[in-house]
Design a protein around this ligand. Structure first.
Ligand code: UD2
Ligand code: MN
Length: 286
C-alpha cells in the first residue's frame, strides 16, 4: 500500500502537475512603499519558507515552468527590499519553480541594463535548468497576482498598466519594465544587445529583435497587468545616451553579431542570500 511505500527508501512518486490556474491567487493586492522595510525584516518574514538563493517551488505539485527572475541592479537596495517583500509571496501563490537573480553591476561605469540581463540568463542557466526568463526592473511591483510570471508561445510583456503612466500602455511597441521570454525565444533573438550604455533604447531594440526574427509579443489584459513603480530620479552614471535611440534603427544589422554570441564579462562575486542570489559582475564599461 502507499503507506508502507512512504516509509521505505523508495524515491517519492512524482507529483501531479500544478493546475493551469493556481487556486491560491487572491487578485488585487495592497501595495505601498511608504512603510520602511529592512532586508533583515523581510528575511525574518519570508526566510523560513525559501531555499537559499531566493528559490522556491510548490511543495504539493510539479510547477508548470521553471522560472528565473533576472533583476538588473546597482545601488537600489531600498527598491529591492520592497520588491522581494511583495514578489516572493506572489510567485509562491503562482506555484512557480523559481529563483531570483540580482545582477549587480560592479564599479561606477556607465550602467548597462541589457548586458546585465544577458549575464543573468547565462549565469542562471549554469545553476538550474530554467525554461522561462523574467527580465524585471527592480522598481516594478504588480498589484494583482493574476498577472502570471509565466512564459507563453510568444515573448510576453507584463508591465502593461503602470501607475506612473496613469495605468496606460505608453506605446504599442513598449517592451521595457517586465518582459518574459523562454530560453528558446531568447536564443532566437541572440539575447539583448550588449552595447546600450546609459539610459534608454535597449528595450526597443529587444522588441525590434523579436520582430526581425519573425515573432510577435503578447500581453495580459490591462485590467490585470497593473503595476506600481517606486518613485525615483535618474541614477548617477545612467544618463540618457542619445546614441541609443540611433542604434534602435539598426537592430536588423546588429542582431547577428551583438548579443549572447558576443557577451564578455567577469563574475566578481556570487552571494547567496535567502531572499536572492546576488551576482556582481564587471561589465567592461567603456
Ligand atoms: C524605463 C523602462 C526600463 C528600461 C529603462 C531604460 C519601463 C516601465 N521601464 O525605466 O525597462 O528600458 O527605461 O533603460 O518601460 N538600475 C539600477 N541602478 C541604476 C540604474 C538602473 O538598479 O543605477 C536598474 C533598476 O532595475 C531599474 C532599471 O535598471 O529599475 C531601469 O532603470 P530606471 O528605473 O532608471 O529606468 P526607467 O524607470 O526610466
Ligand atoms: Mn524605473
Amino acid at each position: 500500500s502507499r503507506k508502507t511505500a512512504a516509509t521505505s527508501a523508495q524515491p517519492a512518486p512524482p507529483l501531479d502537475p500544478c493546475p493551469d490556474s493556481p487556486l491560491s491567487l487572491v487578485g488585487p493586492l495592497l501595495v505601498e512603499f511608504e512603510t520602511i522595510r529592512s532586508l533583515q525584516w523581510v528575511r525574518n518574514q519570508l526566510g523560513s519558507v525559501l531555499q537559499q538563493g531566493g528559490r522556491h517551488k510548490p511543495p504539493d505539485c510539479t510547477a508548470r515552468q521553471k522560472v528565473a527572475v533576472i533583476i538588473p541592479f546597482r545601488n537600489r537596495y531600498e527598491h529591492l527590499t520592497h520588491w522581494l517583500y511583495y514578489l516572493h509571496p506572489v510567485l509562491m501563490r503562482q506555484q512557480l519553480d523559481y529563483g531570483v537573480y540580482v545582477i549587480n553591476q560592479d564599479g561606477d561605469g556607465a550602467f548597462n541594463r541589457a548586458k546585465l540581463m544577458n549575464i543573468g540568463f547565462v549565469e542562471a542557466l549554469k545553476e538550474y535548468d530554467y525554461d522561462c526568463f523574467v527580465f524585471s526592473d527592480v522598481d516594478l511591483v504588480p498589484i494583482d497576482d493574476r498577472n502570471l510570471y509565466r512564459c507563453s508561445d510568444h515573448p510576453r510583456h507584463l508591465s502593461v498598466a503602470i501607475d506612473k503612466f496613469n495605468y496606460r500602455l505608453s506605446s504599442v511597441t513598449a517592451f521595457g519594465g517586465v518582459s518574459l521570454l523562454t530560453e528558446e525565444q531568447f536564443l532566437k533573438v541572440n539575447g539583448f544587445s550588449n552595447t546600450f550604455w546609459g539610459w534608454g533604447g535597449e528595450d526597443d531594440d529587444l522588441y525590434n529583435r523579436i520582430i526581425v526574427r519573425g515573432m510577435s509579443i503578447t500581453r495580459p489584459d490591462a485590467g490585470i497587468a497593473k503595476y506600481k513603480m517606486i518613485k525615483h530620479g535618474r541614477d548617477l552614471h545612467n544618463e540618457v545616451n542619445p546614441e541609443n535611440a540611433v542604434k534602435t534603427k539598426k537592430t536588423a544589422e546588429n542582431i547577428e553579431t551583438d548579443g549572447l554570441n558576443s557577451l564578455n564579462f567577469t563574475v566578481k562575486e556570487i552571494l547567496k542570500d535567502v531572499l536572492f542570489t546576488l551576482i556582481s559582475v564587471d561589465v567592461q564599461a567603456p
